[in-house]
Design a protein around this ligand. Structure first.
Ligand SMILES: *[C@@H]1O[C@H](CO)[C@@H](O)[C@H](O)[C@H]1NC(C)=O
Ligand SMILES: *[C@@H]1O[C@H](CO)[C@@H](O)[C@H](O)[C@H]1NC(C)=O
Ligand SMILES: [Cu+2]
Length: 207
């Protein structure tokens, strides 16, 4: 019967559709050999087949993989992607107060909540205030063009007070985090950076 063959196929479509999003600018952490070494080849293969896909697909793959090392691979921070795999040229150098334009590739929308923050990568702890929060209505619609442009292209201001904690690249990340509340899928994408003190302006000292 026609229906019985088409309905199961349609039901499969959402899982077949490659999904969902990542930061394209500044460049975000890619896959590489450190991901295989620390998270295992099952996780590597999943992210390699679709680097925009959701975190929830990974723990199950990882748990069956003896090379998954949970002390070196936190799948809930940057999806497990490793600093060592990010080419040095991708590491951003920022100063407090700087405006950083961010671009998201929102391959498949899932309406939900999202935020952007600086995260201490060793503790997986958000540092300071969220730089951006969408507490509802993030990424509505069916295709990228349905998602309001200001949810895909926006700026964040580099906070004050990171000069010590984030002086070394890899210690902190700028993480974009998105949870599709209907789909129950989490997306994470990270930019590596280091903070430098602003150049001190020469100031003539007059006694
Ligand atoms: C994600 O995958 C796309 C398509 O394979 C590739 O062009 C892009 O460079 C990748 N980006 C990252 C950050 O891994
Ligand atoms: C913001 O992101 C964090 C992950 O870094 C997440 O645990 C938290 O629930 C999010 N909060 C809001 C208000 O979006
Ligand atoms: Cu999805």
């Amino acid at each position: 019967m026609h229906l019985s063959t088409t309905i199961p196929l349609l039901a499969l479509l959402p899982t077949l559709a490659l999904s969902h999003g990542l930061i394209t600018s500044p460049p975000s952490r890619p896959i590489g050999p450190a991901l295989t070494a620390n998270c295992g080849s099952a996780v590597y293969k999943k992210i390699a087949s679709d680097n925009t896909s959701y975190v929830e697909a990974l723990p199950d793959a990882a748990s069956k993989d003896p090379s998954f090392n949970p002390s070196l691979c936190n799948l809930w921070l940057c999806k497990g992607l490793q600093f060592a795999d990010n080419p040095a040229a991708n590491v951003q150098t920022w100063t407090a107060g700087q405006e950083v334009p961010v671009k998201i590739w929102l391959r498949i929308p899932h309406e939900g909540i999202a935020n952007v923050s600086v995260v201490d990568a060793k503790k997986n702890q958000v540092v300071g205030d969220m730089l951006k929060v969408w507490s509802k209505g993030y990424a509505p619609g069916r295709k990228e063009a349905d998602v309001p442009i200001e949810q895909r292209e926006f700026s964040v201001t580099v906070p004050e007070g990171l000069e010590e904690r984030c002086v070394t690249a890899g210690d902190c990340v700028l993480q974009w985090w998105w949870f599709g509340t209907g789909a129950k899928q989490t997306y994470e994408s990270c930019v590596d950076f280091k903070i430098v003190k602003p150049a001190v302006k020469e100031r003539a000292f007059r006694a």
